[in-house]
Design a binder for this molecule. Structure first.
Ligand code: HEC
Length: 155
């Protein structure tokens, strides 16, 4: 019984990371998205050893990633806004690193991290809304427009 409960808990936790709706081919998106995590970890490393070059290099990489086509998983004004805010935070981090301002860079890193969390929360909420509801309650419900996800329309 305990094991079943633990298993259920694990499922809920895994499910809550991204929620339902992971149906598209995802390999390239996953690799691309995970690069953000690697760069943010490198920034943290740079902060701890006070290596400003390392911080600036990886915050710039994060900013560049956010300008790539693959970044635009959703095409909504909100997603564009989250992307813009993320980029501005990453650029502020680069600036602080180039100015060799350790406190400023540490604060900017926290700010970047908040932007990661905010955008992910937004993406999850959209995914939840897109999850197929049962036919009985689908009637009359307003679905999001088809092709809302670029990864659904691209080959
Ligand atoms: C503007 C929105 C946005 C921002 C900002 C953002 N992400 Fe993401 N992230 C996404 C989307 C969209 C996905 C893909 C989700 C999906 O398709 O299921 C994703 C996926 C990921 C994944 C892969 C998760 C998985 O399912 O394997 C990781 C890891 C990740 N992001 C880390 C980060 C980190 C770290 C940051 C900040 C440095 C960040 N993200 C900032 C939108 C964003």
């Amino acid at each position: 019984m305990k094991r079943v409960l633990l298993g259920l808990l694990a499922l809920v936790l895994v499910g809550s990371l991204w929620g339902p709706g992971r149906t598209q081919p995802r390999d390239n998106v996953d690799t691309f998205m995970r690069a953000k995590l690697l760069h943010s970890q490198k920034v943290l490393e740079g902060l701890t050893v006070e290596d400003f070059g390392m911080i600036a290099k990886h915050s710039q990489e994060m900013s560049l990633l956010s300008q790539a086509a693959a970044w635009n998983v959703l095409q909504t004004p909100e997603y564009a806004q989250h992307s813009g805010e993320f980029r501005r935070s990453a650029d502020a981090l680069t600036k602080a690193a180039l100015a060799k301002n350790l406190d400023g860079a540490a604060l900017a890193y926290v700010d970047v991290t908040l932007k990661c969390v905010n955008c992910h929360r937004y993406v999850r909420s959209v995914r939840m809304a897109q999850a197929e509801p049962p036919a009985s309650i689908r009637l009359g419900a307003r679905a999001l427009p088809a092709g809302h996800l670029t990864s659904e329309v691209s080959p």
